[in-house]
Design a protein around this ligand. Structure first.
Ligand SMILES: [Zn+2]
Ligand SMILES: [Zn+2]
Length: 218
């Protein structure tokens, strides 16, 4: 029997004979914990996935956007914040795997190159890993490390305004191949969107036509 990666209790498998549940290694999280994550649904901004009654939300109107669109899976609620704290700051690396099914499903829908949002070398040393590549690796998803990040102040220590005005912090690690048609950036959380937008800017300026993003939380 598997134990839930989050609460560590045994996962009760309901006896269904569908899809070979006996060998279902994919069940990593118990139903109770899964319910703690709230799926983003209903009326969302078509660009950034923010809950909005307008097709394009106020954040996205009148803003210079390099990112074509963003899709996020879950609301960044208290449960999600606890999860991220444990994963990112307490270094509970293994729980990065719990979204693998959804991520695989999303990325399988198109042939885009997946590019994780990098952290600076200093941050990586401090934390031991980059949370975005960790999630992808734990989920067995191939990616291309096209971007690197210069060291700068922690995002969480900046005000919203400072984050919106942030100078370019990303750069290309190599030339983009001519067969690259589309890139999906991957990040853990979409907050103001400025990080993803800066990353998209570098890629667009290097000639990419289509750059969208997927984040787990919003
Ligand atoms: Zn659990
Ligand atoms: Zn929006």
């Amino acid at each position: 029997m598997n134990n839930c990666l989050l609460c560590l209790l045994p996962i009760k498998q309901t006896a269904s004979w569908e899809s070979g549940w006996l060998f279902s290694k994919e069940i990593l999280c118990c139903a109770h914990c899964i319910m703690g994550f709230e799926k983003l649904a209903g009326s969302l901004c078509t660009i950034c996935s923010r809950e909005s009654s307008d097709k394009v939300c106020k954040d996205c109107q009148g803003r210079e956007l390099f990112l074509d669109s963003n899709k996020s899976l879950y609301r960044y609620n208290d449960f999600a914040k606890e999860y991220m704290k444990r994963f990112k700051f307490q270094g509970d690396y293994i729980i990065g795997a719990i979204f693998q099914k959804e991520l695989k499903k999303y990325f399988a829908k198109n042939k885009a190159t997946i590019v994780p949002i990098p952290v600076s070398e200093a941050r990586k040393l401090e934390r031991g890993f980059n949370q975005t590549t960790a999630i992808l690796e734990q989920s067995d998803i191939q990616y291309e490390g096209l971007l690197a990040k210069k060291h700068s102040e922690k995002q969480s220590k900046k005000t919203r305004q400072e984050r919106l005005e942030a100078a370019q912090v990303f750069y290309l690690t190599k030339e983009i191949g001519s067969d690259e048609k589309e890139i999906i950036l991957f990040d853990d959380i979409y907050t103001t969107g400025s990080t993803l937008n800066l990353a998209a800017q570098v890629l667009k300026e290097a000639g990419m036509k289509k750059v969208s993003s997927l984040t787990i939380f919003r």
